[in-house]
Design a protein around this ligand. Structure first.
Ligand code: SF4
Length: 362
């Protein structure tokens, strides 16, 4: 799921485990996944299974993933994946991290996986992984800033990839701080046009699709090419704040707390997946004056079907342009790009009209 493997790999290395990182999700991942998945299951399931199969091909002894007893199909992923691996005759053991067990769950999960019982070593492993997630999200936002303004297409990405390598290599808090500084300096090498009139878009929806460039068809790259600065409303760091980090260490309102507050007039409770967050993200983006918001979700994802059906009723109070994109392995590229281009045009026009109105007032 995006770059989350960079953070996990550091935690595992700290515990003496060799992380096996499968290739970035690609066409073969999907082919493998389609072959062994139930037809109508959601896209994230298929891709996670495909990632596992490719990791096993690289001799992984264990495959591990998060699970939750929640309202959507995430709770079924574990048993189903376990069955597939067993049916295929794979020896790799499947291990699960229960989301709702928070920090304690993560601690237990890593002990089970590594056999390490020393609490200091375990806390150090969790600490480096969590910190890396926050640094990666920060770098990601900065990357988006530079990509939307770069003079030569592709320059920001070149520096961003170098920045990722730097973060990947850091193996303790001190070296991570240094790597973060160097990574930011690397991104700043991008030659930009600071005066370019960019539009700002928030990206919300199902968290896997928001993070994963393969399944969202590289939406941020495409938008960057069109001079759009993107911001993910759903991030892994935001998720960690709600699910793993103890209350004591949290500052300010978390994403989930904001979701309950801002979704209220339209959705009163958690209905599974990231629906509550998606609804509230629209209200939030509207309140902070973002130029538009894009909602991405996998085909057949029930919680996000619900949130998409709530958006029209938000129109009365929220003037922000919303684009909803439902993705699956059949999504055609040409039509998808056309929709993005049309949406960007719409946002630009709206921004221009608002600017004119402001000038008239003055
Ligand atoms: S949120 Fe949607 S896509 Fe994600 S696991 Fe649940 S049903 Fe599947």
């Amino acid at each position: 799921m995006g770059n989350v493997c960079i953070a996990w790999a550091s935690a595992l290395k700290k515990l003496g485990i060799e992380p096996v990182i499968p290739p970035h999700t690609n066409k073969r991942t999907l082919e493998l996944a389609n072959k062994y998945s139930p037809d109508s299951i959601c896209l994230p399931y298929k891709l996670v299974l495909g990632n596992f199969l490719q990791a096993i091909e690289k001799d992984a002894d264990y495959v591990a993933m998060i699970s939750s007893p929640g309202i959507c199909r995430l709770g079924e992923y574990g048993q189903s994946i376990k069955n597939v691996l067993k049916d295929m005759g794979y020896e790799s053991k499947y291990i699960e991290l229960q989301l709702y067990d928070g920090f304690k769950g993560m601690y237990k999960f890593l002990t089970e996986l590594s056999g390490v019982k020393n609490p200091i070593t375990l806390i150090k492993a969790i600490n480096i992984a969590v910190r890396k997630v926050f640094v990666l999200d920060k770098i990601e936002n900065l990357f988006s800033y530079y990509r939307a303004r770069e003079i030569t297409v592709g320059t920001a990405e070149k520096y961003y990839n170098k920045a990722l390598d730097m973060i990947m290599e850091a193996d303790n808090v001190k070296s991570l701080k240094k790597a973060e500084k160097n990574a930011i300096a690397e991104l700043k090498k991008t030659q930009i046009d600071p005066a370019r009139d960019v539009v700002n878009v928030d990206i919300t929806g199902e968290i896997f699709l928001v993070q994963d460039p393969f399944s969202n068809q590289n939406i941020e790259k495409e938008l960057g090419r069109m001079g759009v600065q993107t911001k993910r409303s759903l991030t892994v760091s935001g998720f960690l704040k709600d699910a793993i980090i103890p209350k004591f260490f949290k500052k300010g309102e978390t994403h989930l707390e904001r979701a309950f507050r801002m979704a209220k007039p339209y959705l009163m409770r958690d209905i599974g997946g990231d629906a509550l967050e998606s609804v509230s993200d629209v209200a939030y983006a509207n309140a902070k004056g973002t130029d538009g918001i894009i909602h991405v979700s996998p085909f057949t994802c029930m919680p996000e079907i619900m949130s998409q059906n709530i958006f029209p009723s938000m129109r009365e109070n929220c003037d922000i342009p919303i684009l909803t994109l439902i993705m699956d392995e059949q999504t055609g590229r040409a039509g998808y790009i056309t929709r993005l281009e049309a949406f960007v045009d719409l946002m630009k026009r709206k921004k221009y009209i608002n600017k004119k109105k402001e000038q008239v007032k003055i």
